[in-house]
Design a protein around this ligand. Structure first.
Ligand code: HEM
Length: 278
């Protein structure tokens, strides 16, 4: 079952594993470094019997391509006709965009709840509790400042009241998950980091355009604008993710890929504010 939604949009993901239940890094077989014939270091798994040898889709192009495959599979066919594999929508936000019924109040709520999530992501990489996270500072993809401007604009333009993230809303629920994972489970945290920022440049921008046509007189919000071309920014993050994942065992990589479903579940919780506002 996917995320469970109860009255007034309170957000309770149903089946989240607690990060403490996830094996800590030290429980995975450690890679050991050996020299190959050319004298270059290479990584081999310390316990090959625990690692299954099948090649993952995308593996040859680098770990981010594996993450992309994992994400594309979880799209519905309507969302991504070429690569989406999910037949039937399970959450309101998985319904085709043409069936969404956005309102300005709901969209403002989406921006406010999303800002909570981006604030959290951006403070986690600024604090860089794990040194790898410092690689993800100032990527150019940060969205908090743009969201603050859009929220102020929506309130003024449409005379909407100031809004805070709901105590039981999707923004705080996602933020607390991200904080826990960032501390205890870096591969899972980086799965969310990848999906949130990359999804926003793909489906996120499609949603922004469509919803703007429906309720904002086609005004393009700052949330969907970047300071220059965002593609080199994505390339930079791709490179950093690939580098960090080089230090992971196959089990840690698979664990990161397995987290993709949670990323969809929580992001769909945010999108529900637009798809089916209450
Ligand atoms: C209405 C919802 C959504 C729509 C319409 C949508 C649509 C798309 C489309 C059209 C692409 C590009 C496919 C291609 O490269 O050919 C894409 C890519 C992607 N989407 Fe979604 N998506 C949605 C929701 C999500 C969600 C909830 C997530 C995860 C949180 C997600 C994660 C991704 C990722 C990681 C990519 C790859 C981006 C890249 O490689 O640059 N999407 N999506």
């Amino acid at each position: 079952m996917m995320g469970l939604y109860v009255a007034n949009l309170s957000f309770q993901p149903a089946t989240r594993h607690h990060p403490a239940d996830v094996a800590p890094r030290s429980m995975f077989p450690r890679p050991c470094r050996v020299h190959n014939r050319s004298g270059r270091m290479r990584c081999v798994a310390a316990a090959p019997s625990m690692v299954d040898s099948k090649t993952r889709p995308g593996e040859k192009k680098g770990f981010v391509e594996e993450m992309r495959f994992a994400a594309m599979r979880l799209h519905t066919r309507d969302q991504a006709p070429k690569q989406g594999q999910k037949e039937a929508p399970e959450q309101p936000a998985e319904q085709p965009l043409r069936q969404w019924q956005p309102t300005r109040e709901g969209y403002l709520r989406f921006l406010v709840e999303s800002k909570e999530v981006y604030n959290t992501l951006e403070s986690i990489v600024t604090d860089a509790q794990h040194s790898d996270y410092a690689r993800f500072q100032s990527t150019g993809l940060e969205r908090s400042a743009a969201l603050a401007e859009d929220i102020a604009w929506m309130q003024q333009e449409y005379a909407l009241p100031a809004t805070e993230p709901g105590d039981d809303g999707p923004g705080l629920a996602y933020s607390s998950l991200l904080r826990e994972l960032a501390e205890k489970d870096p591969p899972a945290f980086l799965c969310h980091f990848y999906n949130i920022y990359f999804a926003h440049t793909a489906g996120g921008r499609m949603i922004g355009t469509k919803v703007a046509q429906m309720i904002l007189d086609s005004k393009q919000l700052n949330f969907y604008k970047y300071d220059g071309d965002y593609k080199p920014m994505l390339d930079g993050v791709r490179q950093a993710l690939n580098d960090v994942a080089e230090g992971w065992t196959r089990e840690q990589k698979d664990h990161c890929l397995d987290e993709t479903m949670m990323s969809f579940r929580y992001s769909n919780g945010l999108l529900q504010c637009i798809a089916q506002p209450q």
